[in-house]
Design a protein around this ligand. Structure first.
Ligand SMILES: Nc1ncnc2c1ncn2[C@@H]1O[C@H](COP(=O)(O)OP(=O)(O)OP(=O)(O)O)[C@@H](O)[C@H]1O
Length: 554
């Protein structure tokens, strides 16, 4: 459509030159034709853009959904290792840039490829010598372009890495603001932040500086399609071997090719960039996935067994050939020094990672056979740092059971000892908890996560016992909430305070990733030195706590 005005104008000029009789009707039709073709060009462009944007945004939505689904199936370690900044870049920036490809490059880029091809074909058909001459500027434009693309392909991974590092540093800086202020580390943390931002700026500017020379060369040379054509053509015309009509026709066509040709090449760097980004996105899509089944398996008995389980986050094994059983409706506790592997055992049971050796079974079936969703329907995991979303308290508790009624939610909150403080708040259950729940105290947050677990009412409970909120009032309330949660369930407690698990049906003692003993509190006190030492030091710390309290009140 873009070439038609040129063709019609050419026809008018030729008629003038040939002094053919030109009627007003002819001029009106031609002018109408030019206006109509310009209008149609705009209309079709608009329609094309509209359709391509609809398709593009549907695709972006699909990619974002697929990305998060893949993330949900990835081992937690993979996600943590990549960093939030990197995911933000993938999920927001990279996927957004695919919009440029789909919504702009395809509808805008295709005419920029087709129009020059069409134009040059017409010039060749008119006179092959003119066709060759009109291509004269292309090699001069393509050579700097090739250099720029070669350099771009080399620099792209470094640019990508630099942007990812910067994103991660910015997010870490913002997340760590509290610690930075408390410890007065504003200068060094800011320096790290500034270095990464400056590093990104310097890298990008250096790259652009290198590219600008090439860009200036090809954008200046390429549109000069008449560079060789005009002088030679003029000469041929003056020699009388070229008709005037062909002279004007080829000149007009050649001039109309300049703009689409330059625009076509303008897309070339974007194509490299996008190819790289799509490649990276595909790699993330294909990243390590947890082994999981996809059929629903009926679970009759909530008995769990760790059979010779060995696991390493990285190189070194942190769980070494561990075997134990959690019988249905019993309470099993895991104790051990810090770093002995207690939390890791809990995380393996909820299938945050795949194990390297051995197997973990639920009702006699390897947990790999269940989908993560089915497995998590059976388990409530109350960890020390359960996350609260920046929404109302009601919504945060409801995560435990999206079908629960308001009454059921309040009932769970009462059992979790949080109803009273919630109703005292101005907005009650509609109070927005802030980013990660930061408008609530640590103890309040924890009780809300217990309410969530009570509402979920799953047959297996894993509790990573809190150590952080141990002021007596909170501790009593949390213990009361927990005792309501575990009634009639298969329970695994990661115990930091041994006094809370003396009645456990089975206590597992971990030491440096190994299970060194198991039994009841009484049995272990008699037969296991490590447990005895842990118990004694716990008792001492309790005495010390009481002593401090007494001194405070003396
Ligand atoms: N995400 C991780 N990546 C790499 N190593 C980890 C990771 N999480 C834990 N570890 C290592 O695994 C080992 C066991 O850690 P784990 O958190 O299971 O111990 P724990 O007994 O629960 O400790 P604590 O009582 O202090 O919570 C430790 O050496 C720890 O450094």
């Amino acid at each position: 459509m873009g070439v038609i005005p040129f063709l019609l104008t050419y026809d008018i000029i030729i008629k003038f030159i040939e002094k053919s009789s030109i009627g007003i009707n002819y001029l009106l039709i031609m002018s109408g034709g030019i206006i109509l073709s310009l209008f149609l060009k705009g209309y079709l462009y608009f329609q094309g853009l509209n359709a391509s944007h609809e398709a593009a945004f549907d695709t972006l939505m699909g990619m974002r959904i697929k990305f998060v689904e893949k993330m949900r199936k990835a081992p937690l370690g993979e996600i943590n290792a990549k960093g939030v900044g990197s995911y933000k870049k993938n999920l927001i920036d990279d996927i957004d840039s695919v919009e440029t490809l789909l919504a702009h490059m395809i509808p805008e880029g295709i005419p920029f490829v087709i129009v020059p091809i069409l134009i040059y074909t017409m010039i060749f058909v008119t006179d092959w010598r003119l066709g060759l001459l009109s291509l004269g500027s292309i090699p001069f434009g393509f050579i700097p372009m090739m250099f720029m693309m070669k350099n771009g392909t080399k620099k792209m991974p470094m640019y990508y890495k630099s942007a990812e590092d910067m994103n991660n540093t910015i997010i870490e800086y913002i997340n760590g603001m509290e610690v930075i202020k408390i410890f007065g580390r504003t200068t060094d943390s800011y320096k790290r932040y500034k270095d990464s931002v400056e590093g990104y700026r310097d890298f990008t500017l250096d790259w652009f500086r290198e590219s600008w020379t090439y860009m200036a060369m090809y954008t200046a040379v390429l549109p000069c399609t008449i560079l060789l054509l005009l002088p030679v053509e003029l000469n041929v015309y003056l020699n009388g071997t070229l008709e005037l009509s062909k002279f004007i026709f080829s000149l007009m066509l050649s001039m109309s090719a300049g703009v689409p040709l330059t625009r076509m090449l303008d897309f070339a760097p974007t194509v490299i960039q996008l190819t790289y980004k799509i490649d990276q996105l595909e790699k993330t899509f294909e990243g390590v996935q947890l082994k999981e089944g996809n059929e629903s398996i009926a679970i009759k008995k909530h008995t769990i067994e760790f059979k010779n389980v060995t696991f390493a986050y990285e190189e070194e094994d942190v769980i070494k050939d561990v075997s134990f059983k959690l019988r249905q409706n019993t309470l099993t506790a895991i104790v051990g020094e810090s770093g002995s592997g207690k939390s890791t055992l809990a995380k393996l049971l909820v299938h945050f990672w795949d194990i390297q050796k051995g197997e973990i079974t639920l009702d006699g079936k390897n947990i790999n056979k269940f989908s993560v969703t089915d497995l998590m329907n059976e388990i409530s995991y109350v960890s020390q740092d359960n996350f609260l979303f920046n929404t109302s308290i009601m919504e945060n508790i409801k995560i435990g059971n999206p079908k629960a009624t308001e009454e059921e939610i309040k009932e769970a909150a009462k059992l979790a000892q949080c109803h009273d403080f919630i109703v005292e708040m101005e907005e009650g259950y509609n109070t927005i908890v802030g980013d990660s729940g930061d408008k609530l105290s640590g103890g309040q947050k924890q009780r809300i996560t217990i309410a969530r677990a009570i509402l979920k009412n799953s047959p297996i409970i894993i509790m990573d016992e809190a150590t952080a909120f141990t002021d007596p009032e909170n501790e009593d309330k949390i213990q009361a909430a927990l005792s309501k949660l575990i009634v009639g369930k298969t329970v695994l407690v990661i115990a930091h305070r041994l006094s809370t698990i003396v009645d456990a049906d089975n206590i597992i003692v971990m030491d440096n990733g190994e299970l060194i003993a198991q039994g009841t509190h009484k049995e272990l006190l008699e037969k296991n030195h490590k447990y005895k030492t842990l118990w004694e030091s716990h008792m001492k710390s309790m005495d010390w706590g009481i002593q401090v309290e007494e001194e405070e009140y003396a």
